[in-house]
Design a protein around this ligand. Structure first.
Ligand code: IVH
Length: 670
């Protein structure tokens, strides 16, 4: 076969497969047998192997995944992905309608009511009809590039149907795991004695972030689209957008309805309150949107939400069940959390067996006994709450809850400090869950970022006596790890490299990783840049600590307590020996150029590789100016995680270059 012919055939096969896929996944119709289908797919596979230049990213052969992504790239959204104002009250809907009529002269404002799908928001770009990039919502301004994983979603077109679509546009929607798929998955996990997954939403979210897209492909995610964005897309209403989406091959939920007034909206709310339980996915409310785009534009946005849409959430679903017992969990700092063990009960589609009781005060407040019938409620949050006790059902067989006096893990007598709600196990050095918790804290992304280590490996290292504290991680040998189950030469190398690389993390990461109570990431950064060196912090008096920016009494006391413990001093000395950064790196022999000469920068958000102050110092060193607010004078906005949406919005409006952390690092190199 010559190249030209092969190319034509590849394109024909792609179209053919897409046609049968659509029929099957969107209309539930099988026009050919599985065997015939596989034959066509196989033929395409063969041609693509022979002519790799015609292996397109949008080919259906790529649906089976196979891409392994270590770290998802951060991508800025073209238009921020805002969330919706939420309400549980019908009065708020009336207010919403009133506000809209105040801003808009027309007598009738049409709304589109849709269900609020409980999945993961996604933004997907299409260029010339081909899916080019899919990004999670992230913090609204930027998310993770999960293109390879999203491509495996069968009912999402990787190549559009029909014609007339804009050259470049973005669709938004919700990726979800159908309840049936979720149940099946859990059934299999149960058979294999694997831990069960909590709910479809979290499973969908976890699946979307999996590193190996071939596993994602097997998880059968699904996707409803409800938004179309782009410049000059020639669409005037939301209803029209939904119709176009459908025409181009996207799956939209057919549950939406046009509502001309409040009465119709309330009817829609009433209609779906229980009917939604029959849908293939979880929903937690409805979304009301102004239909006309020109009106949406006129209404605009507040700093957080669009003014043209609102979400009405159905009340949390309740259940009554029996309290069978209490177990106690030990956290990283030794804090003890009582956990209610409940008679399993289905609540809003999931089986609930446990609920947190927080602390002894909560048990007292609820006046709860073992054997009581309790009310449980699940709102937006995943962990259900015990909201009360049905005292009318209290029988003679109930027993008082005596809060434990000794640690359930190591037996040490618990302490409860004055004014504190929590009990603590003071055996910080030897109590297993505290040790494991500390290591897990140390390796997390904002600290040492050792992603080659997971919870399971940490447990295995600990159980084999290889690691007892975070410093031990740095003296592991290849032969130690090879002894662990599942570790081969490559995975062992990977693990050790990950640990070794972490030595380059800046001081504030190490300081945060130590897990000093009340010293979160931001506080660690402040401390690092104020005191410059761990010894300075160790020696600092209470007065000198509280004179540092944003360090209060509670934090200062906790720091002093930490450095008063000989075991912590020993740990720090060990980390020092291993070569971790225990002071702020100041570049003494300053040979940096003046490449940012005269340029204005604003630094916003949190960064992975730098502290904010550190970044500013770097900019200044290179001749740049650090400004405090976004204005026309600005040249670059260095955007970290969790930066304020208003800054981003303003910078976008002013056409200022927005630079990610990675891009900034490139600029430094240049
Ligand atoms: S429209 C400007 N429509 O709810 C906001 N969102 O709280 C545009 N969601 O992040 C969102 N179903 O993940 C819209 N029919 C629907 C939705 C929906 C679920 C989620 C979405 C969004 C969140 C907003």
């Amino acid at each position: 076969m010559d190249k030209k012919q092969a190319h034509r055939e590849v394109l024909e096969l792609i179209d053919k497969i897409n046609y049968y896929n659509d029929k099957y996944y969107q209309e539930d119709v099988s026009e050919i047998s599985d065997y015939e289908f596989d034959q066509i797919l196989e033929k395409l596979n063969r041609l693509e192997a022979e002519f790799p230049e015609y292996k397109y990213a949008y080919s259906p052969t790529q649906r089976v995944g196979g891409t392994v992504t270590k770290n998802f790239e951060t991508v800025y959204h073209k238009f921020p992905m805002l969330s919706l104002a939420n309400t549980y009250s019908e009065d708020d809907i009336r207010e919403f309608d009133k506000r809209i009529h105040k801003m808009i002269d027309d007598d009738v404002v049409e709304y589109i009511c849709e269900l609020k799908f409980d999945g993961i928001a996604i933004s997907i770009m299409y260029e010339k009809g081909i899916l080019t990039q899919a990004v999670t919502r992230g913090d609204g301004e930027k998310g993770d590039d999960v293109t390879a994983n999203v491509r495996t979603i069968r009912n999402l077109p990787v190549k559009l149907k029909g014609s007339g679509y804009p050259d470049l546009f973005e669709v938004r929607g919700e990726v979800f795991m159908p309840r049936k798929v979720f149940d099946q998955l859990n059934l299999e996990r149960k058979k294999n004695d694997e831990p069960l997954l909590a709910n479809p939403r979290n499973t969908a979210s976890g699946t979307l972030k999996m590193q190996d897209s071939s596993i994602v492909a097997k998880r059968k995610l699904d996707c409803y689209l409800y938004g179309l964005l782009g410049e000059n897309i020639g669409i005037e209403t939301h209803l029209e957008a939904l119709a176009k989406l459908s025409e181009w091959g996207f799956k939209t939920s057919k549950t939406y309805s046009k509502c001309k007034d409040l009465a119709k909206i309330f009817e829609f709310i009433g209609d779906w309150e229980f009917k939604r339980n029959d849908l293939p996915l979880d929903t937690d409310g409805i979304v009301i949107k102004v239909n006309r785009y020109d009106l949406q534009k006129k209404l605009g946005f507040t700093s957080k939400f669009p003014r043209w849409a609102i979400a009405y959430k159905y009340k949390a679903q309740n259940a009554i069940t029996k309290l069978n017992g209490i177990t106690y969990q030990v956290g990283r700092t030794g804090s003890i959390t009582p956990v209610a063990q409940l008679e399993p009960v289905v609540l809003a589609g999931t089986t609930v067996k446990r609920a947190s009781l927080h602390n002894a005060n909560e048990i007292e407040r609820l006046d709860i006994r073992i054997g009581d019938h309790v009310f449980i409620e699940k709102g937006g949050e995943i962990i259900p709450k015990i909201t009360g006790v049905d005292y009318t059902k209290r029988g003679n067989d109930t027993t008082n809850i005596d809060f434990i006096t000794n640690c359930p893990e190591c037996g040490t007598t618990l302490i409860r400090l004055e004014g504190e709600a929590n009990h603590y196990c003071p055996n910080n050095e030897n109590c297993p869950p505290q040790i494991l918790g500390k290591i897990e804290h140390f390796i997390q992304r904002n600290a040492m970022d050792i992603n080659s280590l997971g919870e399971k490996t940490i447990s295995a290292l600990y159980n084999n006596g290889l690691v007892k504290n975070v410093a031990d991680l740095y003296s592991l040998f290849e032969e130690d790890i090879l002894k662990l189950e599942g570790f081969k030469a490559l995975s062992t190398r990977n693990l050790l490299d990950g640990i070794e690389n972490s030595k380059t993390r800046p001081f504030e990461n190490v300081l945060f990783g130590l897990g000093i109570r009340y010293v979160g990431r931001t506080v660690a950064e402040r401390l690092a840049y104020h005191f410059k060196d761990i010894d300075q912090i160790k020696e600092a008096s209470f007065e000198s600590l509280i004179s540092a920016p944003e360090i209060g009494q509670k934090i200062a006391e906790s720091i002093i307590e930490f450095f008063n413990k000989p075991e912590n001093i020993k740990l720090i000395e060990n980390l020092r020996k291993q070569g971790l950064n225990l002071h702020v790196e100041e570049n003494e022999d300053d040979d940096t150029g003046r490449s940012f000469q005269g340029k204005g920068f604003v630094v916003s958000g949190v960064f992975q590789n730098f502290g904010r102050e550190e970044l500013k110092t770097l900019i200044k060193k290179h001749g740049g100016k650090v400004l405090s607010s976004v204005s026309g004078k600005l040249d670059f906005l260095i955007a970290g995680e969790k930066m304020g949406p208003s800054k981003l919005k303003k910078a976008t409006e002013l056409g200022i270059k927005i630079v990610s952390e990675a891009e900034f690092m490139e600029m430094l190199k240049e």
